[in-house]
Ligand binder design. Structure first.
Ligand code: A2P
Length: 281
């Protein structure tokens, strides 16, 4: 049986599956989806300012009367808010939208890259100093980054005092980002998997369908379980009650070593197509 939590470098524990909210429409859809997730046993919600639905997530958390100390809430700093002062202000806005006193995890959403910023290294370091400050004040329990590749992490680690504890990257069959993952393993950085269903693109794959069939599960469940067995924290997103329930019901089967190896060996067959070094947003 897999562990239900994973320990971060600072000892703080993160639940091993999170509920994704990217592309979840703001308003009643987001409120209902988060309430459904809480009802089904998710205690870890993955948010971001740019998703445009944090107020709705906050409303769902408030109305569900969940015990805050049992929840794990993540948010991310959007790209337009980089730099020390803007980061502090953006953090306050997110906290207020979510109606929370603290965040469990705050991430730099994307690295500033060379393509857009000649001073990208300094900019990332300056943003990170604000993260360190908020962390030291206890307003964030753990700090990390998202979409950082090995070279972005190397630079930040050289420049910082407190190392990132998490890197949240795109991760699904056919797209395992080995170089980044290997660097994270060696540096005690836990990897979270965004788009574990390839934002839906995994679901029609014949190989995955066949393997899922052997276990009597859906391809979505197979992908979530596959992430867990690869020591990644999957963040499946859905607004559909039946799917939300299904995506956390993954502790009743185990993928064999042979099937893990077969899925790990799959070639790229679709994903977001985003490259952090090429991003112009
Ligand atoms: P929906 O939200 O309409 O239910 P990812 O987590 O990789 O970003 O994938 C999210 C996409 O996969 C969404 O389009 C979501 O649709 C769909 N999805 C999520 N869970 C399932 C599931 N169990 N079965 C089929 N589709 C799913």
């Amino acid at each position: 049986m897999l562990n239900k939590t994973v320990k971060l470098a600072n000892g703080y524990e993160i639940p091993s599956i999170g509920f994704g909210t990217w592309q979840t429409p703001d308003g009643i859809t987001a409120v209902s989806a988060v309430k459904e997730a809480l009802k089904d046993g998710y205690i870890h919600i993955d948010c971001a300012a740019i998703y445009g639905n944090e107020k709705s997530v906050g409303k769902a958390l408030k109305e569900s009367d969940a015990d805050r100390s049992k929840l794990f809430i993540t948010s991310k700093l959007w790209n337009a808010e980089r730099g020390y002062d803007k980061t502090i202000a953006a953090f306050e806005k997110t906290l207020s939208d979510l109606q929370l006193e603290y965040l469990d995890l705050y991430l730099i959403h994307w690295p500033a890259n060379k393509k857009q910023f000649p001073n990208c290294r300094e900019l990332n370091a300056d943003t990170w100093r604000a993260f360190e400050c908020l962390y030291k004040q206890g307003r964030i329990k753990a700090i990390g980054v998202s979409n950082f590749k090995k070279h972005h992490l190397e630079a930040l680690i050289e420049d910082c005092e407190i190392k990132p504890m998490i890197d949240q990257i795109e991760f699904h069959p056919g797209f395992m980002q080995e170089e980044t993952v290997d660097f994270c393993r060696k540096n005690d950085i836990v990897v979270e998997a965004w788009g574990p269903l390839g934002t839906g693109k995994m679901l029609q794959n014949e190989t995955l369908k066949e393997v899922a069939g052997k276990y009597g599960v859906s391809v979505a469940q197979l992908c979530v379980r596959w992430c867990l067995q690869n020591d990644k924290i999957p963040l499946p997103k859905s607004v559909t009650p039946e799917r939300i329930k299904q995506n956390i019901d993954v502790f009743g089967f185990e993928i064999t070593d042979d099937d893990m190896a077969a899925i790990n060996a799959m070639e790229y067959f679709g994903g977001s197509g985003f490259d952090p070094d090429e991003a112009d947003f």
